[in-house]
Design a binder for this molecule. Structure first.
Ligand code: PLP
Length: 391
């Protein structure tokens, strides 16, 4: 009998990967599957970024790099941060990591232990809760409500903070809801946290460049009063359509940076060298592909919301960020996971049941609009036909 630590009895998963596997399976059997389950842009990484990686390989960048990433890349992250947020950050606080998830994993590992509370959004990215459970800490869900436009409520969040709280996880723009938390609410939250100086904050801003309707993203970095306890999660995956490159960055408080660097030395040594050169080209090269992708997502967002609201029993608020809609399906009479399963198995449309993102996800499904407008239309027709037959 092998005795692994109890965390492995509790560790979870991301069901989006299982849905993707099943969708791929069905497609390989010849079924016409429309994938609105996926959490990644359907665009290719821009050519100049790909070419930078190829060049790095030809130039002989085949070895280890420093564990925290090559210096020019950390400097480029600092310059990009200054350009976008107006905040000056030292490259010595920047860590290059193999994907945004690794920042999340590391931060939760640093603060989670039995007896500790970690607050996380519900519905929210499922790995937050999974990792909190893995460490043995208490997962404390922060309710994210449709009536608040799926934004964080400062009041509700602060009400959950206790002397046991070690870490609060924030995410705006948000997966799975597309919710964007307004600046007034973040102001209130940060002001309230002045009473809790020993609580760390992990701000997941991986969708920070994907906001719509002229809304500006508000980075937690712009609050100097929390600088010594803020871990900022960002990266290339979504902004530059680079999910498969496994690249991300994070900005750490001085006091935690060396812990993070040592964790990297122990666990992954460094991010693969050619990807780092690709990341450098992404940040220092032309940015027009980002704007073009976001403009395309915006068009599809309008289509998906309009079509969802025509479905019997479905209502969908307008998401302000990321590339997800989170329609309320209560009036259809279906449980969310059952609807998602039937839609995939019988109708060939992959979507994700809200409960895969938390307890408050019941009654909702996540619809990703990282697919062509034409495919979104076809998927909505299939859903409309199905619901008309079953309503
Ligand atoms: N954070 C959120 C909210 C996400 O939705 C995702 C990916 O789906 C990640 C982090 C992870 O990104 P990466 O692929 O860079 O690990």
């Amino acid at each position: 009998m092998l005795h692994t630590i109890p965390g492995f009895d509790r560790i979870g998963e991301e069901n989006a990967f299982a849905v993707l596997a099943r969708a791929t399976d069905l497609a390989s059997q010849g079924r016409d599957i429309i994938n609105l389950g996926i959490g990644q842009p359907d665009f290719r990484t821009p050519d100049h970024i790909v070419e930078a990686a190829v060049k790095a390989l030809h130039d002989g960048h085949h070895g280890y790099t420093p564990a925290n990433g090559i210096r020019p890349l950390r400097e480029a992250v600092a310059a990009d941060t200054l350009r976008r947020t107006g905040v000056e950050v030292s490259p010595d606080r920047v860590m290059i990591v193999p994907g945004g998830k690794v920042t999340m994993f590391s931060a939760i590992l640093m603060f989670g232990e039995p007896g500790a509370d970690i607050l996380y959004p519900d519905p929210g990215f499922p790995i937050y809760r999974s990792m909190i459970e893995f460490t043995g800490a208490n997962p404390i869900p922060i309710p994210i409500r449709e009536e608040n436009g799926f934004a964080f409520s400062a009041e509700e969040t602060l009400a959950l903070v206790t002397p046991q709280t070690r870490l609060i996880i924030l995410n705006s723009p948000a997966n799975p809801t597309g919710g964007v938390t307004p600046k007034v609410e973040i102001d209130k939250l940060v002001a309230g946290l002045a009473d809790w100086p020993d609580v760390a904050i992990l701000s997941d801003e991986i969708y920070g460049q994907m906001t719509y309707d002229g809304l500006d993203h508000v980075s937690l970095l712009t609050y100097p009063e929390i600088r010594d306890r803020l871990i900022l999660l960002d990266g290339w995956s979504k902004t530059y359509a680079m999910t498969g490159w496994r690249m991300g960055w994070s900005i750490w408080p001085d006091a935690l940076y060396d812990n993070m660097r040592k964790l990297a030395v122990n666990a992954w040594s460094c991010v693969n060298a050619p990807s780092q050169f690709a990341g450098l080209a992404a940040l220092t090269g032309p940015q027009d592909s980002v704007g073009a992708m976001v403009a395309e997502f915006d068009k599809r967002r309008q289509i998906v919301v309009e079509e969802l609201n025509k479905l019997p029993g479905v209502s969908c608020i307008v998401p302000k960020g990321a590339f997800y809609a989170f329609p309320n399906i209560r009036q259809t009479g279906f449980k969310a996971k059952a609807l998602a399963k039937t839609m995939l198995e019988d109708e060939g449309v992959a979507i994700i049941g809200g409960p895969d993102f938390g307890i408050l996800g019941e009654g909702y499904v996540r619809v990703s609009y990282a697919n062509s407008a034409e495919n979104i239309q076809r998927a909505m027709t299939r859903m409309a036909d199905f619901l008309a037959r079953h309503h």
